[in-house]
Design a protein around this ligand. Structure first.
Ligand code: PLP
Length: 416
């Protein structure tokens, strides 16, 4: 079976999105209570000025260079590529796992906390699911000297205990959320409640390219550094653009950050890989774009996983960072225009990919990132990866946080 991997059919000009109402086509917008509207408008106005201010941009770039470690590594993985058994294929990794704190999340955290400082806010709040966003925000707050409160579902705190220790270590207060399912969605609600009551002093750092306007645009902008670097790096290495660019999709921030710089190049296939969990037909997954439908959630109109009554469905993924029933509106728009193709990789495929990349190259990817690597392996096995393809895979984070799960699930690795 040959799948059409999203070589452009649309006239997507990324500079034009979103429009003045925060819309990407029909997706996006601001579905929030009145109390939040004023805070979002203040944020929108401040960000509109900051994003074109050379002083602000320079400050972000300097800290990304000096404190985050950008540009991040970009290189081929020839021993891994050989295992794909497709003649002439070259695979490059964009190594966001090498950024300070071990994932792409800090690109956005740094940008937003600098914006908060510019707006005169003294207190930072954020939600976190797996804890990666919380760690990034807490780290930047410590670097820049701001008070920091992180909301986290009580169940997530138990599952991701080491990240709670990391946040406390750098001086953040982690507040347990005991409402609802005691997970990410509930932590978001609690953060919003705090923000509405303390808006004069407080800035809310949202962690992915979703939520109400202006967050999807702002988070995308701060993450586009991934694709800007990768585009220059592939042109330097190959003298041409890649055939495929692949990334895992949770809320969508690492994917849109990597895809954005290639979106206007129709010859580049863009592939987003979601979590198929225990399998799309089991209902236990988090493949929002592959298996969801449009609706309102967390302040935006986008694809989400809901039942016939519009109730949000429970999700499952082995990768905590992909375990979310929503997705950012720009990625939904790019689904409907056909510019990005969405696929899904199961828990088992991700685990196998984590093991394969570790053994062949000595790089232990986060389970989230392993979904993109795993789908590439499936493409090769299914005969969907043409010979001589040049592929870039976004390695969104490092796998240290997932070692306990991996050790539990994987039998002793055999040398390949
Ligand atoms: C949070 C996270 C993700 C998923 O978030 P996106 O907003 O979809 O990028 C993916 N990979 C890692 C390593 C993460 O920490």
């Amino acid at each position: 079976m040959t799948i059409d991997h999203g070589v452009a059919r649309s006239a997507y000009r990324h500079g034009e999105f979103p429009d003045d109402h925060g819309r990407f086509g029909e997706f996006g917008g601001r579905y929030v209570p009145e109390g939040l509207m004023a805070a979002l408008m203040e944020l929108d106005e401040a960000y509109s000025l900051a994003r074109i201010d050379p002083g602000f941009i320079g400050e972000v770039e300097e800290l990304l260079r000096e404190r985050v470690g950008r540009p991040t590594l970009f290189h081929q993985v020839p021993r891994f590529a050989e295992l794909l058994a497709v003649p002439g294929v070259r695979v490059y990794l964009k190594r966001e796992d090498m950024a300070h704190t071990g994932a792409h999340k800090i690109n956005n955290a740094l940008g937003q906390v600098l914006l908060a400082k510019r707006m005169g806010k003294s207190r930072i709040i954020a939600e976190t699911g797996a804890g990666q966003h919380g760690v990034a925000v807490a780290t930047v707050c410590s670097m820049l000297g701001l008070a920091c409160v992180i909301y986290m579902g009580a169940d997530d705190m138990r599952r991701q205990a080491s990240n709670v220790v990391r946040m406390n270590m750098v001086g953040a207060e982690v507040r347990a959320v005991h409402t609802g399912n005691r997970r990410l969605k509930d932590a978001i609600s609690e953060s919003v409640r705090d923000w509405v009551s303390n808006v004069d002093t407080t800035y809310y750092v949202f962690g992915t390219a979703a939520g109400p306007a202006p967050y999807p645009k702002m988070v995308r902008d701060f993450q586009t550094v991934i694709g800007i670097e990768a585009r220059a790096q592939i042109l330097k290495s190959e003298g041409r653009l890649p055939d495929y660019v692949m990334a895992c999709v949770g809320g969508g921030s690492n994917a849109i950050g990597l895809f954005h710089s290639f979106a206007d190049d129709p010859e580049v296939g863009l592939i987003g890989v979601e979590a198929a969990g225990r399998g799309l037909d089991t209902g236990e997954h988090a493949a929002t774009l592959a298996a969801g439908s449009p609706g309102e959630m967390d302040g935006t109109y986008s694809y989400l996983l809901q039942d016939e009554d519009g109730q949000i469905r429970r999700t499952h993924s082995i990768a905590a960072g992909l375990d979310y029933p929503g997705v950012g509106p720009e990625l939904s728009y790019l689904k409907d225009t056909g510019r990005v193709t969405y696929q899904a990789a199961s828990d088992a495929v991700a685990l196998r990919a984590m093991q394969t990349l570790s053994i062949s190259e000595g790089i232990i990817p986060a389970l989230e990132s392993a979904h993109a690597i795993g789908y590439l392996m499936e493409m090769a096995e299914n005969g969907d990866l043409p010979g001589d393809s040049v592929v870039i895979v976004g390695l969104s984070g490092r796998g240290d946080k997932d070692l306990a799960i991996a050790a539990q699930r994987l039998s002793r690795a055999e040398r390949i």
